[in-house]
Design a protein around this ligand. Structure first.
Ligand SMILES: [Zn+2]
Length: 111
């Protein structure tokens, strides 16, 4: 990753471990004026993730052959980096509680 032109006129250096809303992400830090520039794409994802965490989804099941299909809303899929064919862990702990856990690459953007 290259440096980024800082507002102060110097070049901000690419850094990997910045903190934003309790998540690690990369970005640029200027050693001259101490200004920090977060990776805009990841910043947007973290903001969306925080918004979605407060949201309760009411989803409708549909039937394909003998199975019921649950559709994950697009924003949730995007923010968790879920794609067609990805695997998730599905568990039923109580009669009224289903847990769906994203696996592998979905977590790589957040630590
Ligand atoms: Zn600067």
């Amino acid at each position: 990753m290259q440096g980024m032109n800082c507002a102060c006129g110097k070049v901000a250096k690419y850094v990997k471990n910045l903190r934003f809303n309790n998540y690690d992400l990369d970005g640029w830090k200027c050693e001259n004026c101490n200004e920090t520039y977060f990776n805009p794409e990841k910043t947007e994802k973290i903001l969306l993730l925080n918004k979605l965490k407060k949201h309760k989804f009411y989803l409708k099941l549909s039937r394909v052959k003998s199975n019921l299909i649950l559709r994950i809303p697009k924003d949730v899929g995007d923010v968790l980096n879920l794609h067609n064919g990805d695997k998730v862990e599905f568990s039923l702990s109580k009669i009224d509680n289903i847990t769906i856990k994203p696996l592998e690459n979905s977590k790589k953007d957040y630590k």
